[in-house]
Design a protein around this ligand. Structure first.
Ligand code: NDP
Length: 282
């Protein structure tokens, strides 16, 4: 069994991004990310802080715009419009989830595709469906990058994605499909999750349910990617019963230290790609 070391791989990607950022700086361009944080969700505040710190480390200028939970939707929309028009901003990130009463889809539509670093908007999702080159959501992109850097073959293999959210499960399934895997997508209404997973050469679990994937659900030699982030007795863990499943796998991601750091690295990469694309437009 080989551990897919997301921490180490992400560190390498961050170095690569830092070089690209420096190359843009030599052309007189500072790469900039704007993060919009609405409300006081403590987890979101931590994620935003981590993203801002990661930006700083690679030379990306990040500005966090905080607004209270009671902010009107029109006010947030106006802020996003202003950031869209600001040429010093290469990427815009609206931290989700939003407080109740705010319509995330309506607000995401105010982020133009060329600045949509999270790629949650319809333009990039549509491009993914069409199999076109585009911006891809950071978490599924991070999973693909991890598979790629460990030279894990995808074409012709049976991949089972557990979870069908717009930000992880669906783009994950499409990326694997575009890479020529045969893909099954499972969700809360799937009748026999165990039977579906047992057929998988590659399992990606993105549910948010600790211990969901047990050893009896994984075939010998499978690749297991754990996107889940759960807190059990204050400790971070994934969806996979790591201790039981790992001995059966050819490759497996740990939690923490697997997909999480890759997600942040992909955000930096997406911001940098936006800046490189914007360079030709300004
Ligand atoms: P969502 O809650 O939006 O989606 C969860 C999905 O899991 C849904 O499609 C749901 O099905 C499915 N599901 C729920 N219960 C079961 C079950 N018993 N069997 C099979 N499927 C089930 O979550 P997200 O996609 O946003 O996130 C998933 C997990 O990934 C979370 O733990 C989150 O914290 C983590 N995450 C980690 C990131 C990282 O960087 N490592 C980044 C983003 C998320 P249905 O559609 O039918 O409701």
């Amino acid at each position: 069994m080989t551990l897919l070391d997301g921490k180490q791989t992400a560190a390498k990607i961050r170095e690569e991004v830092a070089l690209r950022v420096r190359a843009l700086q030599r052309l007189g361009r500072t790469v900039g990310l704007a993060v919009v944080l609405v409300g006081d969700d403590p987890a979101s505040a931590i994620y935003v802080r981590n993203k801002a710190r990661a930006c700083e480390e690679v030379g990306i200028r990040s500005v966090v715009y905080t607004r209270p939970a009671q902010a009107m939707e029109g006010e947030i929309a106006a802020l996003l419009d202003a950031l869209a028009a600001d040429s010093s901003v290469d990427g815009i990130l609206l931290q989700l989830p939003l407080p109740a009463g705010l319509n995330a889809d309506a607000l995401l539509a105010h982020i133009p595709p060329e600045k949509d670093v999270d790629a949650f908007g319809a333009y990039h999702l549509g491009a993914l469906v069409r199999g076109e080159r585009s911006m891809v959501a950071c978490t599924p992109l991070g999973v693909m990058e991890l598979l790629h850097r460990y030279q894990i073959g995808i074409a012709g293999r049976h991949a089972v994605v557990v979870g069908r959210s717009v930000i992880v499960g669906k783009p994950m399934a499409l990326l694997l499909l575009n890479a020529d895997a045969t893909v099954t997508v499972c969700h809360s209404k799937t009748r026999d999750l165990r039977a579906e997973c047992l057929r998988a050469d590659i399992i990606v679990s993105a549910v948010g349910h600790a211990g969901l994937i047990g050893a009896d659900m994984v075939k010998e030699g499978a690749v297991v990617i754990d996107v889940g982030m759960n807190r059990v007795n204050g400790k971070l863990c994934g969806d996979v019963d790591f201790a039981a499943v790992a001995p059966k796998c050819s490759y497996i991601t740990p939690v923490p230290g697997g997909v999480g750091p890759m997600t942040v690295a992909m955000l930096l990469q997406n911001v940098c790609s936006c800046a490189e694309g914007n360079l030709t437009r300004k």
